[in-house]
Design a protein around this ligand. Structure first.
Ligand code: SF4
Ligand code: SF4
Length: 537
């Protein structure tokens, strides 16, 4: 079917916004491969979950694709050397995070050879069991490349209680400025579909759907063309409305299934993956390549020559900026899109797996003014795609009424930024929601810690009490045993100590020749009859 005949599925969610797209600066530019920089900085945490643990030390030589950090715990994936060279440091380095803090990082000085480690391709993925594919996907260090950074192997394992019938490849890319997924779909559609097929095989889904926003006609056309030989694949156009690219909103729009609050897409039989992630799955399986590079959009009014670039993970952002002709009049640097991305403090941090965009916004583009009081206009309520009350949540977060704010379904907020975008008072609403979520989660962690400590104390006290009771029981048993033993020798029913004293007195009387019938048991603390002074014990 030609792209112009493809019906456009309307947004199935309420609200949403239509921000200025700013995509024209890069949408027409083919993906350009950035040369490998002289020095790469590879953070050990580039995903949701536990950071990887370094497996190299300064002085080690590494090949491209070699593991330099192994996963720690379940929600974790390895990180790999993006090129061959020498490890020069394993220490803290500025991370691409709004905090501006440093994080453990492996620094590699490139040797220029760019020599691969040994790779094991699996072009016939159907020869593998799903569990083997998940393991390979994990070993390749794959995480969601749409910006979320969630380990892919976990999403590919919905579990036996969640039968999945549909894999939905997300080509929404509804954030302003970003066009890297658009370009990937235009330039590498067959590889994306192969990756999608691997994903569908792994989760046992019969249906593979690629959903693309209607403002990307070339991508739609390319994907439709590539899917031509595969009848089980559907390519659909969806309405161009932000946040169409959000997971739950896309599922609702394409399948009509609503993912309930607090549940996962797999609970309604769907697994979603970004088209970039599907492409990375293809590379990981068919070529055996770990995730060491990605496509990103570098754009924004402050950048001289915006571009779509294929960049090695660990490339310093300043190198990306230099490859785009540098920047001037920078107002704000954002990693990701301007609505859900994170503002960075500088260009020293490296590109990581989650970096789908680097937006160099000029001062003029920001047009920020001071935040003003809420005027209760209700625009934020109308814009919210989740039916929330953003203004009420803002007030509660501001006054730190953390219990009450949960009654407003704070944790259903997908932090899409639609409310803040339409707010005439320029209130940084999403910052307040993030703050409230962090506070609540920190409190829950504290409570959990306190509960664990309380349970440990209670268990210890119970154990001490039990040991005390056992000791007492043993003591009583020994006493009883001793009595029984004495009774076995001649049970007189007499107290053993009195019996011993009586026997001693009898012996003394016998020595003195006093007849036994005249004797009497001596008093416990007195003297023996006959005026002796020997104590009875
Ligand atoms: S950021 Fe949250 S509250 Fe605001 S519009 Fe999006 S989902 Fe609604
Ligand atoms: S859009 Fe802004 S000013 Fe209007 S009600 Fe929401 S928070 Fe208040």
């Amino acid at each position: 079917m030609a792209e112009q005949d493809t019906p456009i599925l309307p947004a199935g969610f309420p609200g949403g916004i239509f921000p200025a797209e700013h995509k024209e600066a890069t949408a027409g530019l083919p993906i350009r491969r950035l040369p490998v920089p002289a020095v790469l900085r590879v953070p050990l945490k580039q995903h949701i979950g536990n950071p990887a643990v370094a497996t190299v030390q300064p002085g080690d030589r590494v090949c491209k694709g070699e593991v330099v950090g192994k996963p720690e715990g379940f929600v974790s994936v390895p990180v790999h050397a993006p090129t061959s060279g020498t490890v020069t440091a394993v220490d803290d380095y500025p991370a691409p995070h709004p905090s501006g803090l440093s994080a453990p990082t492996v620094t590699i000085e490139a040797d220029g050879a760019d020599q691969w480690t040994d790779l094991t391709p699996h072009p016939d993925f159907e020869d593998l069991r799903p569990a083997e594919i998940r393991s390979l996907v994990r070993q390749a260090g794959l995480v969601g490349l749409g910006g979320a950074g969630f380990p892919t192997f976990i999403k590919l394992n919905p579990g036996p209680d969640r039968p999945v019938d549909t894999v939905l490849l997300n080509g929404g890319e509804s954030e302003p400025y970003l066009t890297c997924d658009d370009r990937l779909m235009r330039e590498r559609p067959r590889e994306i579909l192969q990756g999608g097929s691997i994903i569908a095989y792994t989760v046992g889904a019969r249906r593979l759907v690629v959903a693309i926003e209607a403002n990307k006609p070339e991508a739609l056309s390319a994907m439709l063309g590539a899917a031509g030989g595969w009848p089980q694949i559907e390519v659909v156009a969806v309405e161009n409305r932000y946040p169409m690219g959000a997971e739950k909103q896309l599922i609702l729009s394409v399948t009509g299934r609503e993912v309930p609050s607090g549940r996962l897409p797999a609970d309604v039989g769907v697994v979603t993956q970004n088209v970039g992630t599907a492409y990375a799955v293809f590379r990981a399986l068919v070529h055996g390549e770990p995730l060491i590079e990605r496509v990103l959009t570098a754009s924004g009014g402050a950048l001289s020559a915006p571009a779509n670039l294929e960049v090695r993970i660990g490339t310093p952002i300043e190198e990306v900026a230099a490859a785009c002709g540098g920047y001037s009049d920078l107002g704000r640097l954002i990693m990701g899109g301007p609505l859900v991305g994170s503002a960075l403090h500088g260009t020293a941090p490296p590109v990581v797996k989650e970096t789908n965009g680097l937006i160099f916004q000029s001062r003029a583009e920001l047009a920020d003014g001071p935040a003003l009081p809420c005027i209760r206009c209700g625009a934020c309520v109308e814009a919210c795609p989740v039916h929330l009350m953003p203004n009420e949540m803002y007030n509660l977060a501001r006054s730190k009424e953390l219990e009450k704010i949960q009654d407003y379904d704070l944790f259903d907020c997908i932090e899409c930024g639609s409310c803040a975008y339409v707010c005439p008072s320029r209130l940084p609403l999403v910052h307040y929601y993030r703050f409230a979520k962090n506070e609540i989660q920190a409190k829950e962690r504290e409570k959990e810690k306190a509960d664990i400590a309380r349970r440990r104390t209670e268990a210890r006290e119970a154990r001490l009490q039990r040991e005390k009771q056992e000791r007492e029981a043993k003591r009583q048993a020994r006493k009883k045993h001793a009595r029984a033993a004495q009774a076995g020798e001649g049970d007189s029913g007499e107290d053993p100590r009195e019996e011993a004293a009586r026997k001693a007195a009898e012996k003394r009387r016998a020595r003195r020749g006093v007849p036994a019938e005249d004797s009497a048991a001596p008093p416990r603390n007195g003297t023996a009859a006959g005026g002796g002074s020997e104590p009875t014990r």
